[in-house]
Design a protein around this ligand. Structure first.
Ligand code: RFL
Ligand code: PHB
Length: 392
């Protein structure tokens, strides 16, 4: 069966859904093709911290009502090391904050908004493939319920994450930059109240730990683990015991534990694709870049990519100007590389690396001491954590 639309979007994660919504708001017709079903997508527990750029994108998409009602405003974070905890006060340093609201909820809100406007999302599409991307009529082909479909569009947006088909389609035309870290994060979700009002990032002798949350009654906690570890090796009890050992004493003693409702291991990676445009195919979000989660930047970068892309596509259709789409790759990459740098730096600062010497460890400690003792250094952390401004 043949279909036509203005923009064919591959992937219904936050990038694809947000792009679909922003385009629809600008009166641009789009179809999303996704290989999974909605429940699978909503079952993936990922990001929790939203920058103001991401919040503004969701406002623009008309999807920020519940976020404003239920999201938790955080004015800072705690950095714990050497047995003590130090607050980095974003509000005082730069007058800004972040919002804690789960990626699952962002996705749920975007899905609901899309359904309410009656836009088409094809879930459980098999054998998705991209064709003629350098022509004026690129196509997305897929099989659904045994029938082959083809969507012809003016543009294809590859929003299909790190393992998607879009980047693979142009594998021979891209340059990639990559660092794989020698550890992973074991994460647990549990319905217990958080130990403090804000997130705690802890550098301990036993490795990194992060105390995060989804609400006042649900925590998301992580510990650095070995890449050889299996989720099955980690009973809830073993997780909580290890997690507590890595937190400062007071926080460890006050931690309330409970049964996990989700537990998973994520490897840590830095990865960038250049460029992000190939003819009439545009990559956005995790399809084009990955950051280690330490800087809480992945979802936020997806939002800024999509804002640049939606703006460019709208300029093309509404103002007949290709300036926005022509500048997309360069504009997006400039912001991406700064977030890559920050995420790499936070990861280097807070984890225990297997090859670390006593010298490396002492330098890490000196950097942490410098950070908490210097307003300039704390300001730098704060402005990167809450998110750098977008280009106009
Ligand atoms: P996604 O979410 O991977 O969605 C891509 C979608 O494309 C579909 N797909 C295909 N569809 C059709 N055909 C194909 N061939 C396809 N192949 C794949 C997939 O099924 C999926 O539905 O990418 P997107 O939309 O670009 O969104 C990116 C974010 O999900 C990601 O950057 C963040 O989750 C990263 N991240 C964090 N980001 C933050 O900003 N703040 C955080 O606090 C934060 N914490 C995290 C994180 C990621 C984590 N993990 C597990 C990777 C914490 C963790 C543990
Ligand atoms: C999360 O809540 O999942 C989370 C928060 C901050 C991070 C990474 C993950 O840096």
């Amino acid at each position: 069966m043949n279909h036509t639309t203005q923009v064919a979007i591959v992937g219904a994660g936050p990038s694809g859904l947000l792009l679909g919504q922003l385009l629809a708001k600008a009166g641009i017709d789009n179809i999303i093709v996704e290989q999974r079903d909605p429940d699978y997508i909503l079952g993936r527990i990922r990001a929790g911290v939203l920058e103001s750029v991401c919040v503004e994108a969701l406002e623009q998409a008309g999807c920020a009502e519940r976020l404003h009602a239920e999201g938790l405003i955080h004015h800072g974070i705690e950095l714990a090391f050497g047995g003590a905890s130090h607050r980095i006060n974003f509000e005082e340093l730069i007058g800004k904050h972040v919002v804690v609201y789960g990626q699952t909820e962002v996705t749920r809100d975007l899905m609901a908004a899309r359904e309410s406007i009656g836009a088409t999302t094809v879930y459980e599409a098999d054998q998705v493939s991209l064709h003629d991307i350098d022509s004026a009529s690129p196509k997305v082909r897929f099989v659904k319920d045994g029938q082959t479909h083809e969507i012809a569009a003016a543009f294809v947006a590859g929003c299909d994450g790190f393992h998607g088909v879009s980047r693979k389609t142009v594998a021979d035309r891209i340059q990639t930059f990559e660092r794989v870290y020698p550890f992973g994060w074991l994460g647990i979700l549990a319905d217990v109240p958080p130990v403090t009002e804000e997130l705690i990032y802890a550098n301990s002798e036993r490795g990194f730990a992060l105390s995060s949350m989804r609400s006042k009654t649900r925590v998301r906690c992580y510990i650095q683990c070995s890449l050889d570890d299996k989720v099955e090796d980690w009973s809830d009890q073993r997780f909580w015991d290890e997690y507590r050992r890595r937190l400062p004493e007071a926080a460890a003693a006050a931690t309330i534990t409970g049964p996990s409702i989700e537990k998973s291991i994520a490897p840590l990676r830095s990865f960038v694709t250049e460029p992000m445009r190939f003819g009439n195919l545009f990559l956005a979000g995790d399809a084009a870049h990955i950051v280690p989660p330490t800087g809480a930047k992945g979802l936020n970068l997806a939002a800024s990519d999509v804002l640049y892309l939606a703006r460019g596509i709208a300029q093309f259709f509404v103002e007949r100007s290709s300036e926005g789409i022509d500048g997309y790759s360069q504009r997006a990459l400039s912001r991406i590389w700064k977030a890559e740098r920050f995420s790499w730096w936070m990861t280097s600062l807070l984890h225990r690396f297997p090859e670390q010497t006593d010298f490396d460890r002492a330098i890490q400690r000196a950097e942490l001491d410098y950070l908490v003792g210097s307003t300039a250094a704390r300001t730098s952390l704060a402005e990167n954590y809450v998110g750098l401004p977008m280009a106009s």
